[in-house]
Design a protein around this ligand. Structure first.
Ligand SMILES: [Zn+2]
Length: 453
């Protein structure tokens, strides 16, 4: 059974789904006001891997990830650039999904938008006011955090120390520094929706509460996001659900920070300042492999070296996939039971993906050695395990067979025949012809393999 580190419990615990055979997941998505950064890429990949692994394990996963399409930052950018805020959110959302598609992050089953849930948010805020858990001020409605007995659960800090560390605004009508805005009254020129407390917009922490409960129901299985969201965002989501008398997430999972060249996201990586640059300048699969090579709760350092190193490792996988294209019986072959059991054990142990990537490349080495020795029977189950594990992790193997024109593949076959007939002059001439056409030749036990150079 899969065990994960639950931030609320402060330890690794079994994931026990509410409904047998099903897992409901909610992962906080982007605020669409600019290009996604490398941290967005990491959390998306971490939870994509988790989702894929759960499905590979036979569970039926419902994955919800929202789009925050109204927020102070969106309004500020629209005002600064004198543009309609909706134009900014539509464009940024399109950029977000392009980057996610490039990373092979599967689209959520539902991607609720904040602006589609305003009525539900107003209703929730109304209930919180009625219950005495929220109060109105001149600029909005605030949640009274002290009304929730275990506030600080996800911050892993008692309320008193959170209060001591909270920033106090200049003119502040909040009753406590840890109280937070549920509703923000509109200033002139700002987007607005009606509410009993005047026109305005919801605060950021409310949308996920109503969306998660609407789409996944009470006591859904898992709420995820980057470690920076645990407090205050997730703490505040949870506090509202508790004050509303509703069971919220059963488990909380958070991934670690991204560092760029050893600095916390502040320095740029050569010409890479965001995720769009990264997927354009590197093989996007390199970021997935880099994420897999670290444990999800550890920080990762994204550097040109670490990405190039991941690209080189991918080339070893692709080259293996090309070699497999010449081996009979890999498709549909049964994986190696022991290797698959090791994979499952590492993943079930709080997603030990660094162990898993080690296993994957070890299997490639062993399968290659068996093929070199002409022992296809030993190689096939190992190769089938590589294909199975890579698939479970969302790591695409590229055999590249489709990228080579039939004419060039034909020369490769002719070359194999010439070599078999020990007609070395003809084999060399065919090699030159293939190379001159811009293709790279690899000699494998299964014969000539050609790929674009
Ligand atoms: Zn959220």
């Amino acid at each position: 059974m899969l065990q994960l580190f639950d931030t609320a419990k402060g330890g690794v615990v079994p994931l026990e789904p509410r409904d047998p055979g099903k897992v409901s997941m909610y992962v906080c998505g982007p605020t669409v006001y600019g290009p996604p950064h490398l941290g967005h890429g990491r959390f998306s990949l971490v939870f994509d891997v988790l989702r894929r692994y759960l499905e590979w394990s036979g569970l039926d996963v419902t994955y919800v990830s929202n789009v925050t399409d109204i927020d102070d930052k969106i309004i500020q950018r629209a005002q600064r650039e004198d543009r309609d805020w909706r134009e900014i959110t539509h464009r940024c959302e399109a950029v977000w999904y392009r980057a996610m598609d490039a990373l092979d992050v599967r689209r959520p089953d539902h991607d609720p938008h904040a602006t589609a849930y305003i009525d539900d948010m107003v209703a929730l805020i109304g209930r919180l006011v009625d219950r005495g858990a929220a109060y109105e001020t001149s600029d909005g409605v605030y949640f009274q955090s002290e009304r929730v007995g275990d506030y600080g659960l996800l911050a892993r800090q008692p309320l008193e120390s959170l209060k001591a560390g909270a920033r106090v605004e200049g003119i502040d009508e909040k009753r406590s520094p840890v109280d937070f805005a549920l509703w923000k009254k509109a200033k002139p020129g700002e987007p607005r929706w009606p509410s009993p407390w005047g026109d305005g917009r919801p605060g950021w922490h409310t949308e996920c509460v109503v969306m998660a409960l609407d789409l996944l129901g009470e006591g859904f299985d898992l709420h995820g996001g980057g470690q920076d969201l645990a407090f205050p965002h997730h703490e505040n989501e949870r506090a509202q659900a508790v004050a509303d008398g509703r069971r919220f997430a059963r488990a909380w999972v958070h991934n670690g920070f991204v560092e760029v060249e050893g600095t916390k996201m502040s320095k740029s990586l050569g010409n890479v300042t965001n995720l769009v640059d990264l997927v354009e300048q590197y093989d996007p699969r390199a970021y997935r492999l880099l994420v897999l090579r670290s444990h999800y709760r550890s920080p990762i350092d994204v550097t040109d070296d670490s990405l190039r190193d991941a690209e080189a490792a991918l080339e070893r996988l692709d080259s293996f996939a090309r070699r497999l294209a010449t081996v009979d019986g890999v498709a549909g072959a049964a994986p190696d039971d022991l290797a698959l059991a090791r994979f499952r054990a590492a993943m079930d142990d709080d997603l030990q993906t660094p162990t898993v990537t080690g296993q994957l490349f070890d299997l490639v080495r062993r399968a290659n050695a068996a093929l070199d020795a002409g022992d296809d029977a030993a190689a096939v189950p190992l190769a089938a395990t590589v294909v199975e594990i890579a698939g479970a992790l969302g790591l695409e193997l590229r055999a590249g067979v489709g990228d080579v024109p039939d004419e060039v593949s034909g020369w490769a076959r002719e070359r194999d025949e010439a070599r078999a007939a020990k007609d070395w002059a003809r084999a060399d001439a065919l090699r030159d012809r293939i190379t001159a056409a811009g293709y790279v030749i690899e000699d494998t036990a299964g014969g000539t393999v050609v790929r674009p150079g």
